[in-house]
Design a binder for this molecule. Structure first.
Ligand code: GLN
Length: 490
């Protein structure tokens, strides 16, 4: 089962070769045997998954199923799930049972895709290693001493170890692409506005976007299509049609123009990672693509601008966690101020507090113009850089991250070096553009992802570009040997 594509799983379900209950149980069993060492899940929702699977089987039998009906998945624990704990990786929400479903969850539930559980993540999606979770670090299935990346590390590890065929994630500055790269799977962060943010716990609202983890571009195309679309409940959701991403997967890449930004290959990029990316570009040349050297001159300003804008928005978004309405409340407060201070002080982790403090500072009177407004101006420049490049090329390519997965603990006391992991991913979020990570090989025995960046709402083209590469290579088919299927398990 674990080596089947979503399309093959769908055929298996429709033809009665196996039922959704069997398929779902198969993945629940894998979670039960492997998750104690990976820590990819915060909550496993076995009972609910099997109930949805039963409904899926009924729909399949009565001919009212859609392509993904009956295929189980995992949701990042940032998406609100009705009646199920939704923690965002924080002690603050450890006792929070969401009273409604996020739009993404609702959409996939309405076509009866069983939810296996909620995946581990950095607290409030702040981090690049998943070490900032109240529920403990997630392990990289390729090497249990290493991080899976973050903040959607649980979803990435679950898909990489085949504890779920697909999973959702969110990407504010790289949190889908970077963990996909570090765990050797395919991930797509769509254009801002493509996927509803309703019911997705907010970190930095102008940057947050939900997306997909899968084993291939073809699988990503199916899930992304099912998740996407206008939602009146999200004022930043864009009302344009969602194309059938699968129909263009096989378009030829002859004449495709690929831009390689010189800033993405400069100092700071590990030389082994660079070799993998160069080999991937060679493969694209064989597929008929043309390479154009381009420049994104403000790349070096992306991290400084992001670390003003994202914390500023976070400080405002996280002010709702005050111990009054929901979430953690401290014991025996003496007065209101004491309740606010101790509730927030006890329940937020170090990184979250650091962001709230820097964000509050950047927004305070007297500093707003110097930091926040300036960062917004840089954001505009970065966006213009991309638009100039897209006049000349169809897609941009480069590395996702400067290095492969690092050791757990290696960067935890050095926030700046952790922030630098996102040097190639953050600019896109500032510009609202879509980006993908596609497995492209290994450096020092750890997976390396190739980043594909598209112009707004060109996810179809990007998936086509990724799929053609995956037809010509088999990097995306590699599974860590420990989690590869044994004959008996099939
Ligand atoms: N690592 C970045 C941060 O800590 C991005 C996280 C994300 O995309 N959610 O903010």
């Amino acid at each position: 089962m674990i080596n089947k594509s979503l399309a093959e799983l769908s055929v298996g379900l429709q033809s009665g070769k196996f039922s959704s209950v069997e398929l779902t149980q198969f993945y629940l069993d894998r979670i039960a045997s492997h998750d104690s060492e990976l820590n990819a899940f915060i909550t496993v929702t076995a009972e609910q998954a099997l109930a949805t699977a039963k409904t899926a089987d009924e729909k399949i039998a009565s001919g009212s199923a859609s392509g993904l009906t009956g295929i189980p998945l995992a949701h990042k624990d940032i998406f609100c799930t009705d009646g199920v704990k939704t923690s965002a990786g924080s002690k603050m929400l450890d006792n929070f049972i969401a009273p409604y479903n996020a739009t993404v969850v609702e959409k996939l539930k309405s076509i009866s895709m069983p939810m296996l559980g909620k995946t581990n993540m950095d607290e409030f999606a702040m981090g690049s290693s998943n070490e900032n979770s109240y529920y403990g670090a997630v392990k990289n299935p390729w090497d249990l001493d290493r991080v899976p990346g973050g903040s959607s590390g649980g979803s990435a590890a679950a898909v990489a170890a085949k504890l779920a065929p697909i999973a959702t994630g969110t990407d504010t500055g790289g949190s889908i692409r970077q963990p996909a790269s570090l765990t050797g799977i395919t991930g797509i962060k769509p254009t801002y506005g493509r996927v509803s943010r309703f019911g997705m716990i907010a970190y930095a609202s102008s940057l947050d976007q939900g997306g997909v983890f899968a084993s291939s571009a073809a699988d990503s195309a199916l899930l992304l299509e099912a998740m996407s679309g206008f939602d009146a409940k999200d004022s930043t959701s864009v009302d344009i049609p969602v194309p059938d991403f699968s129909t263009t997967l096989n378009d030829s890449l002859k004449g495709l123009k690929i831009g390689l930004p010189k800033e993405y290959f400069e100092e700071g990029l590990n030389s082994e990672v660079a070799k993998v990316i160069e080999a991937a570009i060679e493969e694209y040349k064989k597929l008929g693509a043309e390479i154009v050297e381009v420049s994104l001159p403000n790349t070096h300003l992306a991290i400084p601008a992001y670390y003003v804008i994202a914390p500023a928005e976070a400080s405002s978004n996280l002010s709702r966690f005050d111990g009054v309405r929901y979430g953690y409340r401290c014991e025996d407060p003496v007065d209101l101020t004491d309740m606010y201070m101790r509730s927030r002080g006890d329940a937020f982790g170090r990184e979250v507090k650091r962001r709230i403090m820097t964000g509050t500072y950047a927004l305070s009177a007297g500093y707003y113009d110097a930091y926040y407004l300036k960062a917004q101006k840089i954001r505009r420049l970065i966006s213009e850089d991309f638009q100039k490049v897209f006049e000349k090329v169809d897609v941009i390519m480069g590395p996702v991250a400067p290095e492969t997965a690092f050791k757990i603990g290696e960067k935890s006391d050095d926030p700046i070096s952790m922030y630098l992991s996102d040097i190639y991913t953050i600019a896109l979020n500032l510009a609202g553009l879509p980006g993908m990570s596609v497995p492209a090989g290994f450096a020092n025995n750890m997976p390396v992802g190739l980043q594909i960046i598209g112009n707004a709402f060109t996810e179809g083209k990007m998936l086509n570009v990724a799929h053609q590469y995956q037809q010509a290579t088999d990097w995306h088919k590699q599974t860590p040997s420990k989690y590869a299927v044994s004959e008996g398990e099939k």
